[in-house]
Design a protein around this ligand. Structure first.
Ligand code: COI
Length: 358
């Protein structure tokens, strides 16, 4: 467990009307309940200004705001988790800090030094520590994001930006094992595009295909590559992992079409640490379907910060529904989830030093 003292100078203003007493901690929908405060930091004149934690509330925007017109906006997803010993930790925040800056670079936005990014997130989580749920299946979901604030309609990188952190006490994103459809018509990302960046437009583009899949009874899509629709990429809100013939297989992140998931990276790291065979490579839809038909697919799950480890129960492909092995009997995803939950709650030793106390 790493501990870093707060070093940043942050203005703070407390709300006079906390909403915390109104929260039903046993019913925490994802991303709808906001904590009392938010972090804000402006970029202008080529430099980040002093950050401030202020009461949560609306932000006023000029109608010509560059983000509204051209989508220069990126975000991160993180969780602050309360352990059974009362300590509050973040999970591998350095990976979020790195991805945030990679996304900024792709979208022509000013990054934030990784240490500063982590300190800002920690400072915000410390300020809102009473909002970190004590129940096991919940966390304070943290949403750092940055958007352009220039007020001009020319298409060019904005010269001003706002960085913010919101936080939501939240339960599971998916309450049930998932039914997913392999998408062959629509494309999430093309080589050379922005698929690797955690940018708002990727999610906007996913809405229609996801809605069409929802209408067919699926909760999510599994995206395939934009060129041939032959290889599996990721799911809408998480990355995907399969266990076939005892080997954990997941699409490699070498291409610039797949988001670099923190939880998926941890699944891979953990499997290697435990000696489970791992392959990060291209994986074709054909291979997955053949493995299901031949009874060689042992496990399939999504991995993401919001989704955590989300078992996939059914896969739809070209009008056929494939039921996967019963979730109760899955060995690998269960072991991984139990371990990750265990370290987050301080129940098992954090062998790989992933927890960072706020
Ligand atoms: C996360 O897992 O934090 C995400 O960003 C997914 C989100 C779109 C729900």
């Amino acid at each position: 467990m790493t501990k870093t003292p707060m070093t940043l100078d942050i203005d703070t203003r407390r709300t006079e009307h906390s909403r915390i007493a109104e929260i039903d901690w046993n019913h925490l929908p994802f991303g709808r309940i906001y904590s009392d405060h938010m972090m804000m930091m402006d970029f202008r004149g080529g430099a980040w200004q002093k950050p401030a934690i202020v009461p949560f509330g609306p932000v006023s925007l000029h109608p010509g705001n560059a983000t509204l017109h051209y989508g220069q906006s990126i975000f991160e997803g993180m969780k602050a988790i309360r352990g059974h010993d009362g300590r509050i930790t973040l999970f591998r925040p350095e990976l979020n800090a790195r991805r945030f800056n990679e996304s900024c670079q792709r979208l022509c936005m000013p990054g934030i030094p990784e240490d500063t990014f982590i300190e800002l997130v920690k400072a915000h989580a410390r300020f809102e520590r009473d909002w970190v749920p004590a129940n096991d299946n919940a966390a304070l979901y943290l949403r750092p994001f940055i958007f352009a604030t220039d007020e001009a309609l020319g298409v060019r990188p904005s010269e001003t930006y706002k960085f913010m952190i919101l936080s939501c006490p939240a339960g599971a994103y998916y309450a049930e094992p998932l039914s997913v459809k392999i998408e062959e018509r629509y494309t999430r990302a093309a080589e050379g595009g922005v698929g690797r960046a955690k940018t708002a437009g990727n999610y906007a583009a996913s809405l229609l295909p996801t809605k069409l899949a929802n209408d067919e009874g699926f909760q999510q899509l599994i995206w395939t590559d934009g060129k041939e629709h032959k290889y599996i990429e990721e799911s809408g809100t998480m990355n995907v992992v399969f266990v076939i013939d005892g080997t954990l297989i997941t699409p490699s992140e070498d291409s610039d079409t797949i988001l670099r998931s923190v939880v998926k990276r941890s699944v891979v790291d953990l499997a290697k640490h435990w000696g489970i065979p791992v392959q990060e490579r291209r994986i074709s839809v054909e291979e997955v379907i053949a493995a299901i038909r031949e009874g060689r697919l042992d496990d399939a799950f999504g991995a993401g910060t919001a989704a955590t480890i989300a078992p996939i129960a059914r896969i739809g492909f070209r009008g056929e529904i494939f039921d996967l092995p019963p979730v109760a009997g899955r060995v690998v995803s269960k072991r991984i989830k139990t371990y990750l939950d265990g370290i987050k709650h301080g129940d098992v030793p954090d062998e790989l030093n992933w927890g960072v106390e706020i």
